[in-house]
Write a protein that binds this ligand. Structure first.
Ligand code: NCD
Length: 305
C-alpha cells in the first residue's frame, strides 16, 4: 500500500490509504513522538531547490526522531551552482540515501526524480499544483480538531491558481464527502481548469466567489493562503492583486465560534496577527502536526510501520 511507493500527488491515494496514515499518526502522537529508532542506520536526503522552512525542517525532524540520519543538498553550495543538472544531482543522492525528499519550482520535478531514483521519492512541493504531504497534514489537522472531514463546509481562500498547497488541499478534500467547498479568490486567481473539472466529475458541491463575506457564516474550516508572488509571470499583475484579502479577528466575528482557520504558512499580509490568540487559530497546530504526520509517512514508505 505505502511501502517503497513514491509520493507524488495526493490524487494517487485512496481514502483508505489516507485513513491508514492518519491512524499511524494517532499512535505516534499518543506516544508523544517517541516510537523508538526504527530507521537506525538509514539515511534520508533532502533536495530542496526552492526556499522552505516547515517542510524541510519538519521532514528532517521526523526522520531524526525515527532514528535516521539526514543529508541536505544545499543547491547554492553544491555543484548545481557550477551547472550540474538536477538529474545528475539526484543520481548521487540516490546512491547515498534510502529516501529522497524533493522540492522544486518546476512542475513535474518529483515525478522526474522518481523516474531517475531507485529509492522512494517524496514530493515536498513542485510547481503550482502538487504538495501532497502538506495536504495530508491539512486533512489530518481537520480530522483531529473536528473529529471528521465528512460533512464539513470548507472555504479555501487566496491564490487558488498558483498555490500548490491550496490546490493539493482541494484535491485531498475530493477524497472525502465534505458538505461544500467555497473557492474564494480574485477571479484571475481561480483554480486551474483541471481542478475545476475534477470537482465537477466528483460531484462536489462547490461555490466559486470573490467574496468571503458570502461564505463566512457557514464555514467550519477556512483555509487561507498567500498570494504566490514568485509564480506570477507579470509582477504588475501581482501588484494589482496583493492585499486582496486580509483575515482579521473583526472579520471573523460573524463566523461560527467553532470555525478553525488553517494556513499552510508562510503568511505575509493575508492573515492578521490578531487572529493568533483567538480560538479560531489552528495554523500553528497544523504546522506542529507536520512532524508526526511526516514521521508516519516516512515510516510507512520505508516499510517500518
Ligand atoms: C507552501 C509551499 O511552499 O507551497 N508552504 C508550505 O510548504 N507550508 C505555501 C506557500 O509558500 O505559500
Amino acid at each position: 500500500m505505502w511501502k517503497f511507493r513514491d509520493v507524488i500527488s495526493i490524487l494517487d491515494y485512496t481514502r483508505d490509504e489516507l485513513e491508514h496514515l492518519f491512524s499511524v499518526t494517532d499512535v505516534i502522537l499518543e506516544r508523544s513522538l517517541d516510537v523508538g529508532k526504527p530507521l537506525d542506520g538509514k539515511i534520508v536526503a533532502t533536495a530542496f531547490i526552492e526556499p522552505s522552512t516547515r517542510t524541510r525542517l519538519s521532514f528532517e525532524t521526523a526522520a531524526k526522531r525515527l532514528g535516521a540520519e539526514v543529508i541536505n543538498l544545499e543547491p547554492h553550495l553544491s555543484s548545481m551552482a557550477k551547472g550540474e543538472s538536477l538529474t545528475d544531482t539526484l543520481r548521487m543522492l540516490d546512491d547515498y540515501a534510502n529516501l529522497i525528499v524533493i522540492r522544486s519550482p518546476y512542475e513535474g520535478s518529483a515525478k522526474h526524480a522518481a523516474d531517475v531514483c531507485e529509492h522512494p521519492v517524496i514530493n515536498g512541493g513542485d510547481g503550482t499544483q502538487h504538495h501532497p504531504t502538506q495536504a495530508m497534514i491539512d486533512l489530518y489537522t481537520i480530522r483531529k480538531l473536528k473529529g471528521r472531514i465528512d460533512g464539513l463546509e470548507v472555504g479555501v481562500l487566496g491564490d487558488l491558481k498558483y498555490g500548490r498547497a491550496a490546490a493539493s488541499f482541494i484535491y485531498g478534500l475530493t477524497k472525502f464527502n465534505v458538505k461544500r467547498i467555497w473557492l474564494i479568490s480574485p477571479e484571475p486567481l481561480s483554480p486551474r481548469p483541471e481542478l475545476m473539472d475534477r470537482l465537477k466529475r466528483m460531484n462536489v458541491d462547490f461555490v466559486k466567489t470573490e467574496n468571503l463575506e458570502e461564505a463566512v457564516e457557514d464555514l467550519d474550516i477556512l483555509y487561507v493562503t498567500r498570494i504566490q508572488k514568485e509564480r506570477f509571470p507579470d509582477p504588475a499583475e501581482y501588484e494589482k492583486l496583493r492585499g486582496s484579502y486580509v483575515i482579521t479577528k473583526k472579520l471573523l466575528s460573524r463566523a461560527s465560534e467553532d470555525l478553525k482557520v488553517l494556513h499552510p504558512l508562510p503568511r505575509v499580509d493575508e492573515l492578521s496577527n490578531d487572529v493568533d490568540d483567538t480560538p479560531y487559530q489552528a495554523y500553528f497546530i497544523q504546522a506542529k502536526l507536520g512532524v508526526p504526520v511526516r514521521m508516519a509517512l516516512i515510516g510507512l514508505v520505508l516499510g517500518v510501520f
